[in-house]
Design a protein around this ligand. Structure first.
Ligand SMILES: Nc1nc2c(ncn2[C@@H]2O[C@H](COP(=O)(O)OP(=O)(O)OP(=O)(O)O)[C@@H](O)[C@H]2O)c(=O)[nH]1
Length: 414
C-alpha cells in the first residue's frame, strides 16, 4: 500500500488529517511531529507517495522541513498557520505542490482533494504544444510538480502526430502562434475527432491580445489562460477542467451500466453492437453474439429469496467478466445477458460458451453459507444478417430452443 507522510506538531490537526485521508484514500498514513522524527522516517524507509508538512515545527520554525522533504524527491503540500505573499512565492518557487493555510476543516479537505488528484494525475497525459522551448519547459515543470505525464510538440502538426501516438492523452495545452500549424487550426482539427469530454483543450494567449482567448473558446477549446499566469491559477484551471471532464465521463459510464451487476446495459450493447456490426459487414470480419439466460430463476428467487437472486446475478456477471475479458458483456434485463464477440467464428464462440456453461454448472454459487445451484441456457450465432437486430432475434430463437431441450444447454448455428 502506498504511504503518505504527515509532519505536524498539533495533535488536533494530525487527528483531522489522518481521519480525512483514511476516508478519502486507500493509503497508509505515517505521522511525525518534528523535523528530527521526519529525518528518522525518511532515513528508515524513505518511500512516500506524497508528504503534508507543517511550516512551523518545534525544532524547525522556519519551514526547514520543506526543503528537507523536497530533497528526497517527495511531492510536498505545505500547511501553514498564516498567509504571506513573500513566503508563498518562495515556497512555490521551491517546487511544492501547493500551500494551504490552516483555517478550517475546508483547508484539510482541500489537502485530501489534492492528494487524490496527485494519485490520479500519474495516469494522466498532458500534451504541451508551443514553439518556445522555454515556455514548454516552464509548463512541464508545473505539470511535473503535480505528477502529470508530459509530452511536448513544437507546432500544430507535431501535436497532431503526438496525439495519434498517444491517443490516451487527456489534456492539450496549446499556444496560438506556432509555425506549420497555429493553435486555432490545431484546436479545429482535434475537435473533429474528440469532443470536450474526451480531451480538455486549454489555449494560451498573451494579455495584449484579448480577442485570442474568446477565439480559442469559439474554436472548441474548453478554457484559456493568459500569459503570464500564476502557479495556482494554472493548476486551478487545469484541475477544474479535468474534474468536469471526469464527472461527465462518470455520468456517461453510469448511464451505460446496469446498477446491480455493473455490466454494460442493453442500450450500450445496442449502440456499440450496431457499430461493431457495421464494421464487421464493411470489412468482412467475424462477429458472434451470445444470449444467455439463467434457468429457473423464478424458482431460485422463490426458494432462497430475492436477495439471493441478486447475489447470483452479481456473481454470474463477475464470472462473465473473468471468462470473457476481451468481449462486451451486458445485462439485457432480468436474468438475461448478452456477449458480443468480435472476430470469433461460430465454432470458437460456441466452444467458449460451452466451456463457460460447464464451469458455471459445476462451481456452486455461495449465498452466505448456502450453496445455490445455478445453470444457464444460451444461444450463439455469428450469422451476420442485415443488422444487429436480426442477430438478436436469431440468438433469441436458439435460446428458446435450448430451454425447450431441457435447459443447462447451448445451441449455436448449424
Ligand atoms: N432477484 C432478482 N430477480 C429478478 C430480477 N429481475 C428479474 N427477476 C426475476 O427473474 C424471474 C424470471 O422468471 P422467468 O422469466 O419465469 O424465468 P425462469 O424462472 O428463469 O425460467 P426459465 O427462463 O424458463 O428457465 C422472475 O421471477 C423475476 O422476478 C432482479 O434484478 N433480481
Amino acid at each position: 500500500m502506498e504511504r503518505i507522510l504527515v509532519v505536524e506538531d498539533s495533535p488536533m490537526v494530525l487527528k483531522i488529517i489522518r481521519h480525512l485521508i483514511s476516508q478519502g484514500l486507500d493509503v497508509e498514513v505515517v505521522t511525525r511531529t518534528d523535523l528530527a522524527g521526519c529525518g528518522e522516517e525518511l532515513a528508515e524507509s524513505g518511500e512516500f507517495f506524497a508528504a503534508v508538512v507543517d511550516l512551523n515545527l518545534p525544532d524547525a520554525t522556519n519551514g526547514e522541513v520543506v526543503e528537507f522533504v523536497l530533497d528526497h524527491g517527495i511531492p510536498t503540500i505545505v500547511l501553514t498557520g498564516s498567509y504571506d505573499d513573500e513566503r508563498r512565492e518562495r515556497l512555490l518557487n521551491m517546487g511544492v505542490v501547493d500551500y494551504v493555510v490552516k483555517e478550517s476543516r475546508h483547508s484539510y479537505e482541500y489537502v485530501v482533494k489534492l492528494l487524490k488528484r496527485l494519485q490520479k494525475n500519474r495516469h494522466i497525459k498532458v500534451l504541451i504544444a508551443d514553439d518556445s522551448g522555454t515556455t514548454r519547459r516552464f509548463i512541464r515543470g508545473l505539470l511535473e510538480q503535480h505528477l502529470y505525464q508530459v509530452i511536448e510538440a513544437g507546432h500544430g502538426k507535431e501535436a497532431i502526430a503526438q496525439l495519434a501516438k498517444h491517443p490516451d492523452t487527456s489534456i492539450l495545452i496549446t499556444d496560438y502562434a506556432m509555425p506549420e500549424m497555429d493553435g486555432f487550426e490545431l484546436v479545429k482539427h482535434v475537435r473533429n475527432e474528440k469532443d470536450k469530454h474526451e480531451l480538455v483543450i486549454i489555449g494560451l494567449s498573451s494579455t495584449e491580445s484579448g480577442a485570442l482567448s474568446a477565439k480559442f473558446i469559439k474554436n472548441g477549446a474548453n478554457d484559456f489562460l493568459k500569459k503570464p499566469f500564476f502557479h495556482e491559477e494554472f493548476h486551478c484551471r487545469l484541475m477544474h477542467n479535468l474534474e468536469e471532464m471526469e464527472l461527465i465521463q462518470a455520468i456517461q459510464d453510469a448511464a451505460n451500466r446496469d446498477y446491480l451487476t455493473q455490466l454494460y446495459n442493453r442500450r450500450y450493447l445496442f449502440n456499440e453492437g450496431c457499430q461493431l456490426h457495421e464494421q464487421a459487414v464493411s470489412k468482412g470480419q467475424q462477429l458472434a453474439l451470445v444470449m444467455l439466460d439463467i434457468d429457473h430463476f423464478k424458482q431460485l428467487n422463490d426458494t432462497y429469496g430475492h436477495e439471493a437472486g441478486d447475489e447470483v446475478l452479481r456473481q454470474l456477471a463477475g464470472k462473465m467478466l473473468q471468462s470473457f475479458p476481451r468481449f462486451l458483456c451486458a445485462r439485457m434485463g432480468g436474468e438475461e445477458f448478452c456477449i458480443l464477440m468480435p472476430g470469433l467464428t461460430n465454432d470458437q464462440a460456441n466452444q467458449l460458451v460451452e466451456g463457460f456453461r460447464l464451469m458455471v454448472s459445476q462451481q456452486p454459487f455461495m449465498y452466505g453459507e448456502t450453496e445455490l445451484p445455478v445453470t444457464f441456457s444460451a444461444g450463439v450465432t455469428n450469422h451476420i444478417g442485415e443488422d444487429l437486430d436480426s442477430m438478436y432475434q436469431g440468438v433469441d430463437e436458439y435460446l428458446y430452443r435450448a430451454k425447450e431441450a431441457g435447459r443447462n444447454f447451448v445451441i449455436a448455428d448449424d
